[in-house]
Design a protein around this ligand. Sequence first.
Ligand SMILES: Cc1ncc(COP(=O)(O)O)c(C=O)c1O
Length: 395
Amino acid sequence: MSRVVESPQTDDRPGGPPQARSGKIPLVDLGAQQAEVDEEVRSGLNQVFATTAFIGGPQVAEFERAYATEIGVAHCVGVANGTDALELALRAVGVTHGDEVILPANTFIATAEAVSRIGAAPVFVDVDPTYLLIDPVEVAASVTERTRAIVPVHLFGQVAPVEQLVSTARSCGAALVEDAAQSQGARRLGSAAGGLGVVAATSFYPGKNLGAAGDAGAVTTDDPEIARLVRLLGAHGSEKKYRHEIVGFNSRLDTVQAVVLLAKLQRLSRWNEMRRLAAIRYHQLLSGIDGVGLPQSMPGNVDVWHLYVIRVPERDRVLSDLQRAGIGAGIHYPEPVHLTEAFASLGIGRGRFPVAEQAAGEILSLPLYPHIGFDDQRFVVDQLRAALTSSSRTG
Ligand SMILES: Cc1ncc(COP(=O)(O)O)c(C=O)c1O
């Protein structure tokens, strides 16, 4: 995913024709982030290799304390990846075989995978048409006596309106389990994503706002018993060596990843601010282009722009024009989860979640990362304008 920017050329002619460039603009470029933390990470890694504390080294507990403080919760438990974090969080609140878990149709498949891996049933609901976040009205309408958890997903760096789910959760005795994989540092009504539900799961996949150098994840909660259970489940059901209370998993945060995450965590709020500025630049560059739907921030949110997702007509052709021009635009996600082959056995046909389904055909993620340059953003927008113009000519 990383790239070296080949000396971007500047085009000082506002609105001038798109320039030919030699460099490519990827969806995510981790190179500049890596350069910022390189020295610190190498010295931290030297220590890990010198002590050989590869599992459970002191850096893991240090990171867990620091991340809990960042989110404003009492406990953080590092695990192997975000999907495990979701599964362990759901298990820790008591979700088991045969239960139902409500989640949005518009999310990365991992949210639903975690539910299915437990043997529980994913109950999808539609999203709102503006922010593409879980629709609280749909959630309330989907509750049954088997509902055990509700999973708002903080998609694209936004925060779902968790406060609108609290009374539904309370009335049916369900746990609010946040999927905070795409929202590290985001806030809603003054509180951090990851600290709004009973428990939250996050992913430190390298391209996330806080990314490791491989797979990693964490569970955050104020509840000491949930934290204990997650830790127990992730360590072969054992708190004391070779004393196994339950059948668990092997899902721990590696010491090496903790070193990388500690270095990056110190820079998270600055990098999120850089993402915000990049989002504002896109807003300015894109405003006034016919046919482009711009992403919006829900009132009460401080979003962290994990992705910059616009809506365009003839999305697939526009995407391939951009890719031909060397722009790594993407789609998050091309199919709502209920329409994936993996979940076909649920038998939920097209038409069931119209908002998510329509959005899947229109959404387009533009390159966005903290260090993206103004010239690169302008090049992306110029190419987009050209693609849309050719679409209206041919259409
Ligand atoms: C919304 C969402 N949930 C869950 C996950 C799963 O995280 P991981 O890839 O670390 O298992 C991801 C990340 O890929 C994600 O974006």
